[in-house]
Design a binder for this molecule. Structure first.
Ligand SMILES: [Zn+2]
Length: 325
């Protein structure tokens, strides 16, 4: 299934640029789609490639029904190449194989399109080899580089490409995209999706990867907040000892603390973890000695660089909180 350009949500500026290239019938031979991971670059690259190969492309990209679109959908279009690292890096062998393909006579009058994703994982040898192709691209060949971190690309590569920047999305857009994702639809409570969106840095891809853990962490933290379980506290502390300030790590506990503070002060009309209102309300009746906001101390502990003390501090925090310090 080849999706249209409009399937990429929230990246209007990038899509407008890509549509302009299509309208003008003048797609650059080197394109660089840049921006955070998980915000739609690969999807846009695939939709754009499909539009270049399509015989009846319209304002929203490929038609989906012409012979080229059907061939592309089967994954067997001889003019389409998707180059991804087999292991950690994109190596020179992969680039050479692409160059050999592009050196052959084209299969038809259609353009040839290669997506390199992610291009920022090329080895220096691979990048140097690719540079030659970008400097003198074979007629009708288009290279679409998808890069999450442009800063690690060779400047000479960047300068040979037309840049199409993608931007982080607002949390509500992230939540909307995530809710509609087939892996998620109906599988997570709305508050967990909103939480994942809020700490995703504007990336639906990252929100999707955070979701399963967030759901579990919320349960684990709620249990810890309401009842001292030495085993539970030690388990959470153990999982923190090697971590720096991992994104999303504090989302679950801090959202619970916020809700507990609101509920214990008689507020709580708009708590974040609405689906846990029952257990939260009964927990809120018994705040710890320093009040629920004592949990803000977690913030400073979490921001410490990885070190063994971190585990001890976290354990001490929990035991102190429940009056056992
Ligand atoms: Zn078509």
């Amino acid at each position: 299934m080849v999706e249209p350009l409009s399937s990429v949500i929230g990246q209007e500026r990038a899509l407008a640029l890509l549509r302009r290239y299509l309208d003008a019938g003048a797609a650059p031979q080197g394109l660089l789609l840049s921006g955070e991971e998980g915000i739609g670059k690969e999807k846009a690259a695939r939709a754009f490639a499909a539009a270049l190969l399509c015989r009846r492309a319209g304002a929203d990209g490929s038609c989906g029904t012409c012979p080229d679109c059907r061939l592309l959908a089967t994954g067997a279009h001889p003019n389409f190449f998707f180059i991804a690292p087999e292991k950690q890096f994109l190596g020179i062998d992969e680039i050479r194989a692409l160059q050999e393909e592009l050196a052959l006579k084209a299969f038809s009058d259609r353009p040839r399109v290669a997506i390199l994703c992610p291009a920022d994982r090329m080895t220096p040898q691979a990048a140097n080899a690719l540079l030659k192709t970008l400097e003198e691209p074979p007629p009708g060949a288009h290279l679409i580089l998808v890069a999450h971190r442009t800063s690690v690309l060779m400047p000479t590569i960047v300068s040979r490409c037309q840049r199409v920047p993608f931007f982080p999305l607002p949390p509500e857009t992230v939540a909307e995209i995530v809710s509609r994702h087939p892996d998620v639809a109906g599988g997570h409570p709305r508050p967990v999706i909103l939480l994942a969106a809020a700490v995703s840095g504007g990336s639906p891809g990252r929100a999707l990867s955070l979701l399963p853990d967030l759901a579990d962490e919320r349960e684990a933290w709620l249990a810890l907040f309401t009842k001292l379980s030495p085993a539970g506290a030690i388990k959470v502390a153990e999982s923190w000892k090697g971590e720096g300030d991992a994104p999303g790590r504090l989302a679950a506990p801090l959202s619970l603390v916020r809700d507990l503070s609101l509920l214990s002060s008689g507020g709580g009309a708009d708590i974040m973890n609405e689906d846990l209102r029952g257990p939260l309300a009964s927990a809120a009746v018994h705040p710890p000695a320093g009040g629920w906001t004592a949990f803000r101390e977690l913030l400073s502990i979490s921001r410490m660089p990885p070190q063994p003390q971190k585990r001890l501090m976290l354990e001490a925090f929990f035991f102190g909180l429940h009056g056992k310090g």
